[in-house]
Design a protein around this ligand. Structure first.
Ligand code: GLY
Ligand code: MN
Ligand code: MN
Length: 454
């Protein structure tokens, strides 16, 4: 088990170091793209068609990379070489909603602050600080987040440089992700308990939220809470309010966030009784394989190789468990393992649950291809110290893919009666968040956080 710094590490000191790194990265990116200043839009509220209800606000990740401000539409950050960042902080005088609180916190002393109460005031607050030649201003944001006549231009060279760098987390970011992991693991255990107590998917979801102190608005992605056959739906999007007739298995893929940084964790549970024994044997084999795959997260490793290694583990498990009676080599050659795990082994994690930059060939962009036939892999880079990736192998019994398998030559080697019995449990996914270190074994944010719970 890896060492985890105690909760409550000096966040102010870590943040000071973090924002200095953001500044260095931004100055480098500006140099590469040939711009004099970087203006970042927090983003704007978006409304349902023909309606006055906004969707849940999703901040520009470039904005929350600098500041732990996730619910601040119409704010702006101006970054200039050699100067403190200038934050234009939108705080409307609004009695319909709760406006953002007066600025405070560990981040405040690191910015020059200007408060506005109308979005239209932003340009006047920024005007005297912008480059005289506005062509030398990089504006990062969505098209609808224009600063009046100044449209976001999102220079590719600047964005590429920032996205490349962002994969490697600062100590502040790791600290935030450790905290998110502590919230999420506590909630996963509450979800398991609600399952064992006979809850519906909706009740299990509510138990999860209560335990991590989040509402749905705070989650880094919508919780996946699947009982029985629903565990076979990779991104199962509903939560059944009806209790099932039987509680065989539960797959929960759910996270938490702290300072805008996500945890992304999956656990699969059963009742551990006689009925689940056959499925539990597969689950135990997947647990061993998952830990071995986590251990492959090392500096310099090509993440694509971890994905391919996963398929070798799956072939071995399918054979050893008596699900597919073929040689492991033949299973891989005929893509049988992809029927049982039709997704990638994982992705970069951070400000976004699927963090950007996963396919980049280098700081200047370009693409590193996915292995042939593995179109859903989301990360193809070599691992660097400080990268946080998920390791999330799965083994599912997905009706539509099993139908495909029935039409393949491999079908003759499948124990279909066993597949039918296991299908009642849906499937397995085990997902940990893992930090690549400069030396040696990785830090497992998820297992460390579970270990703290005893
Ligand atoms: N929660 C989505 C994923 O694991 O990628
Ligand atoms: Mn997940
Ligand atoms: Mn994931």
């Amino acid at each position: 088990m890896t060492a985890t710094p105690a909760a409550g590490a000096d966040i102010a000191a870590l943040y000071a170091q973090h924002i200095a790194i953001c500044q260095t990265r931004a100055e480098r990116a500006l140099g590469l793209s040939g711009h004099d200043a970087l203006l970042i839009a927090a983003g704007v509220e978006k409304y349902a068609f023909l309606d006055d209800r906004p969707y849940l606000f999703q901040p520009n990740p470039h904005f929350k990379a600098w500041l732990p401000l996730c619910a601040h539409p119409y704010s702006w950050l101006l970054v200039r070489p050699g100067k403190k960042p200038l934050l234009v902080y939108y705080q409307p005088d609004d009695y319909w909603h709760v406006p953002p609180a007066a600025p405070s916190g560990f981040w405040l002393e690191h910015v020059e602050l200007r408060v506005i109460s109308e979005p239209e005031q932003a340009l006047a607050q920024l005007a005297d600080q912008l480059p005289a030649d506005l062509a030398r201003l990089a504006i990062v944001g969505e098209a609808d987040a224009a600063l009046q006549h100044l449209q976001p231009n999102n220079p590719a060279a600047l964005i590429d440089s920032l996205h490349w760098a962002r994969a490697c987390k600062t100590e502040y970011e790791l600290d935030s992700m450790r905290a998110a992991s502590r919230l999420a693991t506590r909630a996963h255990l509450a979800a398991r308990d609600a399952f064992l107590a006979g809850g519906s998917e909706a009740e299990i979801h509510r138990a999860y939220l209560i335990a991590c102190g989040h509402t749905d608005r705070d989650l880094p992605y919508s919780n996946i809470v699947g009982l029985n056959e629903h565990a076979a739906v990779l991104h199962y999007q509903y939560q059944d309010v009806q209790r099932p007739a039987q509680w065989r298995s539960l797959l929960v893929d759910a996270g938490a966030q702290v300072n805008g940084y996500a945890a992304d964790i999956t656990r699969t549970w059963t009742r551990g009784d006689a009925d689940s024994a056959e499925f539990d044997a597969v689950l135990a084999a997947m647990e061993v394989a998952q830990l071995a795959l986590v251990d492959e997260v090392r500096k310099g490793v090509d993440y694509r190789d971890i994905h391919l290694s996963t398929h070798r583990h799956l072939a071995r498990i399918l054979k050893q468990q008596g699900i597919v009676a073929m040689s492991e080599e033949a299973m891989l050659a005929e893509r049988v393992t992809s029927i049982f795990m039709p997704h990638g082994i994982g992705h970069l994690l951070g400000l976004q649950v699927h963090d950007v930059g996963g396919f980049m060939a280098g700081e200047a962009g370009g693409t590193r291809d996915k292995p042939e036939g593995h179109r859903y892999l989301r990360l193809t880079r070599d691992l660097l110290p400080g990268m946080v990736v998920t390791i999330e192998p799965g083994l599912y019994f997905i009706p539509t893919l099993l139908k495909q398998l029935r039409a393949m030559p491999a079908a003759a080697s499948v124990d279909w009666a066993k597949v039918e019995r296991l299908s009642r449990f849906g499937g397995i996914r085990i997902e940990d968040d893992v930090v690549c270190r400069a030396e040696g074994a990785p830090e497992n944010l998820t297992r460390d956080a579970f270990a703290l719970l005893g």
